[in-house]
Every structure is written in C-alpha cells, then in structure tokens.
Design a protein around this ligand. Sequence first.
Ligand SMILES: C[S@@+](CC[C@H](N)C(=O)[O-])C[C@H]1O[C@@H](n2cnc3c(N)ncnc32)[C@H](O)[C@@H]1O
Length: 276
Amino acid sequence: MAQNEIDLADGLMVDVVGPWASEKHHGLREYIRLASGARASFVPPTGTGGASYIELFSASGRARIEDTTTIIDGSPLVAYRAAHASGVRFSDLHFNDIDPEKASALDARLRSIGGVAVVHNKPAAEAIDDIVYALNPSGLHFAFLDPYNLEFLSFELIEKLARFKHMDMLVHVSVQDLQRNADMERYCVPGGVFDKFAPGWRRVVNRQQAIRPFRAALMEYWLAEIRKLGTMPAQGAELVVGSRGQRLYWLMFVAAHDLPQKLSPAFGPKRTSGPV
Ligand SMILES: C[S@@+](CC[C@H](N)C(=O)[O-])C[C@H]1O[C@@H](n2cnc3c(N)ncnc32)[C@H](O)[C@@H]1O
C-alpha cells in the first residue's frame, strides 16, 4: 500500500489534487462570502437557528497540487477561513470522510486554527443520518458535496439534506466520470451507479442513444428531480475545465431561494456554462 504524503508544516497527511481544485475552492469561497448577510440573520445576536457547514467527503484539509510542491488548503479549511473573513462564522461544522487518517488529520488541523468541528469517519450514506440529526431544523445550512465520482453522489444524500427549509448545497458532479463511464455496464445495470445517482432515470432517459445525448438527458433528468425537492438549481451549471480544455466537473448550486442565481456570474474566468 502506498505511503500517505505528509505536510512537513504540521506532520499530517495531505491529499494530492489536480490544479483545478483551486477553481472549486473559489466557488466555495464565493458562496460563503456572498451568503454572509443571510447567515448573519440566523446567528446571534439577530437569529437563533444557527448556520451549519457540512461536508460528507471532506478529505484531510490540506492537499498538494499534483506535479508541484505547492500545498493548499482543502475545502474544509477554505470554508472555515472564508466564513471567518466574511465576519459571520458558521455556528457549527460537520465533516465526514471514509478514510480514518484523513478524518483525524482534518480534526487536528481545524483545532490548530481555532475551529471546533464534529468529524465523522463513516461512509457518507451512514454519516448523513448522524449529521442531519444534529442540525437545527430552523437554521440556515450549507453542504458542500464533493465526492471523487458519481458512484458516491447518491440522490438520497441530496434528498435528506433538502428536507431542511434552509439548506444550500454546492454539489460537485463529475463530468469526467459521466464521459468515461456512461456506457459501462456497471453504471447502467439495475442497482448500478446511475440508479443511485438518478433513481428512476430508466423511465425517462433512452439508453439506446449516442453517448452525448444520453449524458445530456441523464443530467436534465437529475436536475428535474432536484427541482422536485423544492430546490432551485442554478441556471446553467458551472463547468470547470482542465488545462487542456477537458471537461472535468460541474459545480452546481442548489438552494430553496435565488442566491445560487446571483452567484453564477461570480464564478472565475476559467469556467464556462453549457451542456455536458
Ligand atoms: C474529492 S475528495 C474531497 C476533497 C475536498 N472536498 C477538498 O476540496 O479538499 C473526496 C473524498 O471522499 C472520500 N470518500 C470516498 N468515498 C467515500 C464515502 N463513501 N463516504 C465518505 N467519504 C468518501 C475520500 O477519502 C476523499 O477524501
């Protein structure tokens, strides 16, 4: 088994990520900055419901950009620092990663910068129940869902979060995964990846079409199912492209109000909107 890499700054393990991770973190930072006014009305002295931050796939909190020696903050630290900088912190932080070493590194890192979080170490499908149980039903919450691939982005996770009246979500949908795997038996078989990602797709999406329209139809179906939860996905997904122009992933804001629509133009220059 490969040895985990260590950040010499703190002696804890680091993840290794592509250069586009910074783009993803930019979107996260922007949401947290722009939502600070809304957050303020849920936390003292104005409000009492609280404002939680949630990640089900949090990783270790620090990451080296592949092919470089640059180490950057992972999304949990980005989120924590962005809230701090906005002047309106989250009232509570809930993290989870299936890897115990990552979960414990994250816990230590957050503590070292003054954050106190509940860090779970379970499959996301189990951690979600612990996390939603701990949330104040009248709070304003924000979940960043950032799995490696579609396999773990089960619709059930989004459904459970969307039961809260004020739940904003930023969801990473792996387009690479769709491009590579849409035709793979494992994704399409009953009980396979697409049945978890977009339950019921088979009734609506014709499997016998070319890969490109199939992918577009699957994503349309997924968005329609998200809307049925009473949430509003942002108009036009933000597609993050790689350095060679390859389509990497969508960052999709989902919320029960129109903040995501306002956020779309705030995305950085490397992003484009459009069909998968
Ligand atoms: C893309 S990384 C998250 C990166 C992080 N959001 C960031 O930007 O720094 C995905 C993480 O999901 C974790 N993971 C994989 N399968 C999981 C599962 N079923 N449940 C929870 N975590 C899982 C991996 O260990 C990995 O750390």
